[in-house]
Design a protein. Structure first.
Length: 149
């Protein structure tokens, strides 16, 4: 997109990550890929996203090495979009967003989807940042060492 400001030269990892996956469609595509979705038509129908926007986001996610287009496993002429190792590494981000949404965006008894461990069928414990010795970390006991520009 001409004139689009990129954050890829920023010294902040958060800014660079948002430049790659910081729009809702990209994150929802990744979420659906984790849920086993892989076909263009399935993404389009499941998300209710315009085809041109979906095509753009899939292309960007491929260029970033998050998704890979592979021949369809059913032998058809279609292709499937699958998460690469770089895409799979977004799992903790998706889980963290889910858990934040569960805690702050739903009423106590409001129905919602659940993320469960396959083996036990139990809810996944809340993800937390921890120090090397296991101490819980938050904004008050961490710091960002900025670089001079």
């Amino acid at each position: 997109m001409p004139g689009k400001i990129t954050l890829q030269a920023e010294p902040c990892p958060v800014a660079r990550a948002l430049d790659v996956i910081g729009d809702r469609w990209s994150l929802l595509i990744v979420r659906n890929a984790f849920d086993g979705m892989g076909r263009f038509g399935d993404f389009q129908k499941g998300l209710g996203i315009a085809k041109n926007i979906l095509s753009d986001r899939l292309h960007k996610l491929q260029l970033q090495g998050i998704l890979e287009a592979v021949p369809a496993t059913d032998g058809s002429a279609y292709q499937d979009y699958v998460l690469t190792a770089k895409g799979e590494a977004l799992f903790t981000l998706i889980v963290s967003l889910r858990q934040w949404g569960e805690e702050y965006l739903f009423d106590k008894n409001e129905p919602r989807s659940l993320l469960l461990e396959k083996q036990s069928g139990k809810a996944i414990p809340k993800m937390e940042a921890r120090s090397a010795n296991g101490r819980k970390l938050n904004a008050s006991n961490t710091l960002v060492r900025k670089i001079d520009r």
